[in-house]
Design a binder for this molecule. Structure first.
Ligand SMILES: [Mg+2]
Length: 440
């Protein structure tokens, strides 16, 4: 079995005006759908970051992929990493290095190799699953759970549904604690989520503290709560928020990337332990690759790592991370970006085959719509907040080519080619807005 074709589809999907410390989501999120076909007619699919750069990076390895045995992934990653090391050696021009302090996931040139490899690996695992007649999680060594829990991912947002004005605004404006509770009630009713995440770093910390408290009194301690301000807070503010939410973030909750960098998070952790506050700190910003994990552990800066197959280098790297975290006594959760059903299933399969996944995964899926889904048969259905692993071979999804064509048309029509939340913020909310860390 050899790879005989690579097809790349750049698509745009509507994205509501969600806020974070990076700024504002644009009306469109960009994705690239990758199709690999083998000489015996098996087609594998994956979904990755959109725009010109991820596509060009995949084009650049087209010749290497043609004729490749889709089973031989280890050698491909070794070769791609070797080439990348040679190119990026001594590259200190990226602010924050490999961290996501300044660059959103998908934009950091230093993890381009693992992002590009992941897009190929996932499509190859889909092929291998189809060839073997088994779901991808079983190809990864076997599932340890049949249903993968996801969390409600709440955002502060402005009014609007994203895309053209004819996309419905399902959740309305959400800029107060009461509106966050309304958003959560609606999302939990529809999807059945049992854990709650709030994207913070947007409003005054006192309002965000109030949001978490209001959620706790509405949903009770059986729904663990986490808040992620994406480094918007100083060490002092991080400690203040953790002290204020000592009770609310306990019992399966966590505080995610409150301030920038491992040293800052280590300081916050020390000060919290001094006050006997055990709230764990989680990160997808300061810890973005396997090499970051030992130092994060050594400093006790991070107790929970957020994996993400899209930039950690695919499903098998996430399994490695799961094992490493287990050995080091750390917890594991999963990060997400705006995505459709192919990514959701890739995330679900690796989560099913990662024993140490100790928290419900993040997903932006509720923020996208049926209208833009490119998976045949429509949106993936959640059951009680979980994605059930289907018995079908591979990822268990096929592409709807009419929907894919509509996604490509949208991409061709719009001017966006790169995510820039700061520019969107200036355009729609505040002409003088700049991302400042720490803001509070
Ligand atoms: Mg995060």
């Amino acid at each position: 079995m050899k790879i005989s074709e690579l097809k790349l589809h750049s698509i745009a999907i509507a994205d509501p005006p969600l806020r974070s410390s990076y700024g504002l989501h644009a009306p469109w999120a960009l994705r690239t759908i990758v199709e690999l076909e083998t000489d015996d007619g098996i087609r594998g699919v994956s979904e990755t970051y959109g725009g010109e750069e991820p596509r060009a990076a995949l084009e650049a390895i087209r010749n290497r992929l043609m004729g490749m045995d889709p089973f031989l992934l280890t050698g491909l990653l070794r070769d791609m990493s070797r080439d990348a090391d040679a190119l990026t050696e001594g590259n200190t021009s990226v602010p924050g290095g490999r961290s996501q302090t300044w660059l959103v996931p998908g934009e950091n040139p230093l993890d381009q190799t693992t992002r590009t490899f992941a897009a190929v690996e996932i499509a190859c695992l889909d092929i291998i699953g189809k060839a073997a007649g088994r779901p991808v999680c079983d190809i990864l060594g076997g599932r340890v759970r049949d249903r993968v829990p996801f969390s409600a991912y709440l955002f502060y947002k402005h009014a609007g549904g994203g895309g053209n004005s004819d996309y419905p605004d399902e959740y309305g404006e959400v800029l107060t604690p009461d509106a966050v509770v309304r958003e959560c009630r609606q999302m939990v009713r529809q999807y059945g989520f049992r854990e709650i995440k709030v994207k913070g770093g947007v409003l005054e910390p006192a309002i965000e503290i109030e949001s978490i408290r209001t959620l706790r009194s509405e949903f009770g301690p059986e729904m663990p709560l986490r808040i992620d301000p994406n480094c918007a807070w100083s060490s002092d503010t991080s400690v203040h928020v953790a002290e204020s939410l000592r009770e609310e973030l306990s019992g399966g909750g966590y505080l995610e990337d409150p301030c920038p960098g491992l040293d800052g998070m280590a300081e916050v952790r020390r000060r919290l332990l001094d006050c006997d506050i055990q709230t764990p700190l989680a990160s997808n910003v300061a810890v973005t690759c396997l090499a970051d994990v030992p130092r994060a552990r050594q400093l006790d800066a991070v107790q929970i790592v957020l994996s993400d197959p899209h930039y950690w280098g695919g499903l098998r790297q996430v399994q490695l991370l799961s094992h490493l975290c287990s050995v080091l006594g750390m917890g594991l959760s999963m990060h997400s970006n705006s995505h459709l059903g192919v990514s959701l299933m890739a995330m679900a399969h690796v989560a099913a085959a990662s024993p140490n996944l100790t928290f419900a995964c993040d997903t932006h899926y509720p923020w996208q719509t049926e209208r833009d889904e490119i998976v045949a048969g429509g949106r993936i259905q959640f059951e009680n907040g979980c994605v059930p692993i289907p018995d079908r071979p591979g990822l268990g999804v096929e592409l709807d080519y009419d929907q894919l064509a509509r996604g490509r048309e949208r991409y061709e029509k719009i001017a966006f080619r790169k995510r820039d939340d700061e520019a969107e913020m200036r355009k729609h909310v505040d002409p003088g807005w700049k991302r400042i860390l720490p803001r509070w």
